[in-house]
Design a protein around this ligand. Structure first.
Ligand code: HEM
Ligand code: HEM
Length: 181
């Protein structure tokens, strides 16, 4: 009997810990890279070498053409679409590699996100689990309002508790990541 109780308590504690981990904010999906995140993958000092081209992220760590992340004067850890386009091989070279993730330019703090509330001609952006989605074109988010939820906020907890959960997000364009100030 006591043993059963102990197992139950342990299970409850474990569930609470898991919930806290899931809910506690800005854990960005592993395959989404913003400028500041990508900057950690220069190929220098033993870090992997990642580059972003045309909205996709590629791992060039093992490429013989990117020793220490350096390629004809270009260092990995950056967005290099224009540079690749202007290079002798052009963008076509990228088809040799498989993308490992997606690149988004926009980084907003919670305060900056608040501007994008869908009112007064502003786009409507919502943040869920550290990612920012554009709901401006959704008929269900007219003027940034949806079932009394207002855009311009982190709605992670609210969407997880909603009838549809996070499934509806796959239809909304991913536009950025939420960052700490
Ligand atoms: C002056 C600029 C550049 C020059 C002269 C240059 C030249 C080259 C050369 C000679 C190769 C090897 C081609 C081959 O194996 O047939 C190569 C491969 C490659 N380049 Fe560039 N490149 C330039 C800029 C860039 C930029 C800005 C990027 C984007 C980050 C880029 C991405 C790549 C990739 C992904 C490969 C393939 C690597 C592999 O297969 O392991 N290049 N480049
Ligand atoms: C009580 C709360 C909520 C209710 C009753 C509700 C209800 C609905 C319904 C009925 C739909 C259309 C069905 C569907 O597309 O699957 C929908 C779509 C959607 N909801 Fe909610 N929702 C709630 C909260 C939220 C929250 C908090 C978010 C926050 C991020 C959210 C985000 C979305 C999105 C992104 C769509 C897709 C819109 C589209 O496809 O144009 N919902 N919701």
């Amino acid at each position: 009997m006591i043993k059963k109780k102990k197992v139950l308590i342990l299970a409850v504690v474990l569930m609470v810990v898991m919930l806290v981990v899931v809910v506690s904010g800005n854990e960005v999906a592993p395959n989404v890279f913003s400028p500041s995140r990508l900057a950690g993958y220069t190929g220098l000092q033993g870090t992997p070498a990642y580059i972003a081209v045309s909205g996709k992220v590629y791992d060039v760590t093992e490429s013989p053409f990117f020793q220490d992340g350096l390629h004809f004067g270009y260092q990995a850890g950056q967005e290099l679409t224009k540079e690749t386009e202007a290079s002798p091989h052009g963008l076509a070279i990228m088809s040799r590699l498989e993308p490992i993730g997606v690149y988004v330019e926009l980084e907003l703090t919670k305060e900056e996100l608040a501007v994008f509330d869908g009112r007064s001609g502003q786009p409507g952006y919502i943040a869920v689990n550290g990612l920012i989605y554009d709901v401006s074109h959704s008929a269900r988010w007219r003027n940034g309002l949806h079932n009394s939820y207002r855009a311009g906020q982190d709605l992670t907890v609210a969407i997880e508790r909603s009838p549809h959960g996070t499934a509806t997000l796959s239809r909304m364009p991913l536009v950025g990541v939420l960052v700490q100030e």
